[in-house]
Design a protein around this ligand. Structure first.
Ligand SMILES: *Cc1c(COP(=O)(O)O)cnc(C)c1O
Length: 408
């Protein structure tokens, strides 16, 4: 195909999207049509190493053959029953996810935001019925620069103006404290505090890592004050940080853990609220639900996504390749780099503001065959699928090094 024709296909797609779609994202100008493992291809056959992994939904790699087979097999047999009837995939999904995570109860949902919403409902109900908080007085504490999704309740307690502006009025009952600050948590808690919702590492905020031992202290404070600790592990969970759940770095267990994204290996929207018996135990028939939540395809896909994560050693690989990737990023010489940080394969390079908007760097990396996206203005996150090999890490680092060290 002549290159002018190639050009016009991409341009036409971008023009159509711009004309017909709501402009809720600002994607890089690459149109992808195929993926396998850590690699994706654009419509002109150019190959890229995916260092975003759909915000950590594709931890198991693109189009993982075993997850794909589970999707095909189940969708040929039975796709949706609704929860008006039982299906034969839900119970084994519960069993396997509980065995793996130590949870006692599971509430299956679809998107991450739905899992967050569900947890907020459950924690409020627990606050009234178990803790004894007076009617409509329940408070939930959250952190500055959080990202928990895009529903009205959730953005109501976001501290990002662009996410919130002109979407009000918002639901009351939330208090925002600085992330990583145990004293602020201690001070914010009142007898009406039902829960504390926090990300183990703030992914969307730019891979912000709390001081050492933060979660351990948070766990202690929540237990002492009878406050439900809700960890949003939708991005940090399922191997991304080199552990099954990021809470394991601090040797703690949350009361409620939210997972999503990689729960399906990117094959299907599946999320879940995991909890101890007491918290999810407050829900009775008719008080919550979802037509697609817990459907047989979602369960079959999630079961296989968890299975391959464990059986194929992806979590240890994330730890090992994360160290290699981090060492390579730290070796890059550029005075405009302010900090390289991360955990497992959730890594970030933050630039000084003098570097300007780093989108230019993302575009340069794209031309070299490495796909990444800026988070806010000055930070680039690197989060490839957890199946990445040492030679693929080195391949990416060669290109990242040449682009980042020459950026002035
Ligand atoms: C992506 C994300 C969500 C929201 O998930 P959606 O599936 O996009 O609704 C919530 N919390 C965290 C930490 C996330 O990274």
């Amino acid at each position: 195909m002549p290159s002018s024709q190639i050009q016009s296909d991409t341009e036409q797609i971008l023009t159509t999207e711009k004309a017909l779609g709501a402009h809720t994202y600002k994607p890089l100008e690459v149109v992808l049509s195929r993926g396998a493992g850590v690699w994706v291809w654009d419509i002109d056959g150019r190959k890229y190493l995916d260092c975003l992994s759909a915000y950590s939904a594709v931890n198991q790699g693109h189009c993982h053959p075993r997850i794909h087979a589970a999707l095909v097999e189940q969708s040929q047999r039975l796709a949706l029953t609704s929860r008006a009837f039982h299906n034969d995939q839900l119970a084994p999904f519960y069993q396997e996810v509980c065995a793996l995570t130590n949870a006692h109860k599971v509430l299956p949902m679809n998107s991450g935001a739905e899992a967050v919403e569900s947890a907020l409902k459950v924690v409020r109900k627990w606050g009234y019925e178990v803790k004894g908080i007076p009617a409509d007085q329940a408070e939930i504490i959250v952190c500055e620069n959080n990202f928990h999704g895009r529903t009205i309740t959730i953005i109501g307690f976001s501290s990002d103006t662009n996410s919130r502006r002109n979407f009000g009025p918002f639901a009351p009952g939330f208090k925002i404290i600085p992330f990583g600050d145990v004293q602020a948590l201690e001070q914010a808690i009142t007898p009406n505090t039902a829960g504390f919702l926090v990300e183990p590492i703030q992914g969307e905020a730019g891979v912000i890592i709390a001081p050492d031992g933060y979660l351990k202290q948070v766990r202690e404070i929540c237990s002492r004050n009878n406050v439900v600790l809700i960890l949003d592990e939708i991005q940090t969970g399922l191997g991304r940080t080199g552990k099954l759940l990021a809470e394991q770095h601090d040797h703690i267990e949350a009361d409620i853990t939210l997972i999503g994204k990689a729960l399906s290996g990117g094959m299907y929207p599946v999320s879940a609220v995991l909890s101890n018996r007491e918290t999810l135990g407050v829900l009775q028939p008719g008080q919550h639900g979802s037509t697609f939540g817990g459907n047989p395809v979602a369960c079959a896909v999630a079961r296989m996504a968890l299975k391959v994560l464990i059986e194929e050693g992806m979590i240890d690989n994330a730890e090992c390749m994360g160290q290699r990737f981090m060492a390579g990023l730290k070796a890059i010489q550029n005075p405009l780099i302010r900090e390289v940080r991360g955990c497992g394969l959730l890594l970030a390079v933050e630039f000084h503001p003098e570097a300007g908007n780093v989108r230019i760097i993302c575009e340069a990396l794209m031309r070299q065959g490495v796909l990444v996206k800026e988070t806010h203005d000055f930070t680039i996150r690197f989060a490839p699928p957890l199946i990445i090999t040492a030679s693929e890490v080195d391949w990416a680092l060669d290109r990242i090094n040449s682009v980042l060290s020459s950026h002035a």
